[in-house]
Design a binder for this molecule. Structure first.
Ligand SMILES: [Cu+2]
Length: 267
């Protein structure tokens, strides 16, 4: 179409309905990847391990507390913006040395930190509790080294130990039995590493010369990514591993195969 010598391109107008659909459509691929439980768990699922059972409500509570504090702060910022706009050129009334206000903004953050601290310590002490050996089904040593992991499965029936050692080229898999309590003993050969399984809401450091211990039960079958989360050197980013939760029978079979492999190599 030409109007006064200029070419005019007609662009069809989108209806209001179409416009309102755009953000929803943009979000749908993101939301489609999330299970309902992941949304309510703010990125984490309930019941995946015994640690999730303790840590998830702390995670949700901290976000709710942060949301409430954020909303109150936003209201306090917007309130003067809308209701106390500049009305004249006069210098506004000054309220410095207002003791009640200064006491309030000192005491309120202290209370928030104290409440978060209390619940964190309470959950952490439950998560880090070490049970009597008789209540533990399996013992696994986790050794971090530059730049991979070694998992040594101990006290598995008649097997003394079965070991899997990874490399940056071949990241190892940590196989765990579903529903059985496992005690992990964490060590490092060289520098500090961080044993981290994000979906299980756990991370604990592997320290040279110090032995750390952690126990949990993996409850959901599946494969989960694991990482080192301490910057431990040039190839830190390659310190990947997988965690595979299998049935008890599959775990026993896995140990048998691992022992057979070790025997074949050493004989
Ligand atoms: Cu590392």
């Amino acid at each position: 179409m030409r109007l006064l010598g200029q070419k005019v391109i007609l662009i069809p107008m989108r209806s209001a309905h179409q416009k309102s659909m755009i953000p929803l459509l943009a979000l749908s691929p993101l939301l489609a990847g999330c299970a309902q439980s992941e949304i309510s768990g703010l990125g984490f699922e309930e019941g995946v391990t015994s640690v999730n059972d303790q840590a998830l409500s702390l995670w949700q509570g901290a976000w709710i507390a942060a949301g409430v504090v954020g909303a109150i702060t936003l209201i306090l910022i917007l309130w003067p913006v809308f209701f106390y706009r500049k009305k004249d050129e006069g210098f506004p009334k000054q309220t410095q040395y207002n003791i009640p206000v200064e006491v309030a903004y000192t005491v309120i953050p202290l209370i928030i930190v104290a409440v978060l601290f209390y619940f964190t310590v309470q959950r952490e002490s439950k998560i880090l509790k070490i049970s009597p050996d008789a209540q533990i089904s399996h013992f696994i040593d986790v050794v971090g080294f530059q730049w991979s992991w070694q998992f040594k499965h101990r006290s598995a029936g008649e097997y003394k130990s079965a070991t899997i050692t990874g490399s940056p080229a071949q990241p190892p898999t940590l196989v765990l039995p579903q529903g059985e309590r496992v005690r992990f003993t964490l060590d490092a050969n060289d520098v500090v590493h961080g044993f981290w399984i994000p979906a299980f809401m756990i991370q604990m450091q592997n320290l040279p010369g110090v032995t750390n211990q952690l126990e949990f039960t993996a409850n959901e079958l599946g494969t989960y990514p694991g990482r080192c989360n301490m910057l431990c050197g040039r190839n830190h980013a390659q310190m990947l591993f997988s965690v595979k939760v299998v049935t008890k029978a599959e775990y026993q079979k896995y140990l048998e195969d691992l022992v057979a492999e070790e025997k074949a190599v050493t004989s």
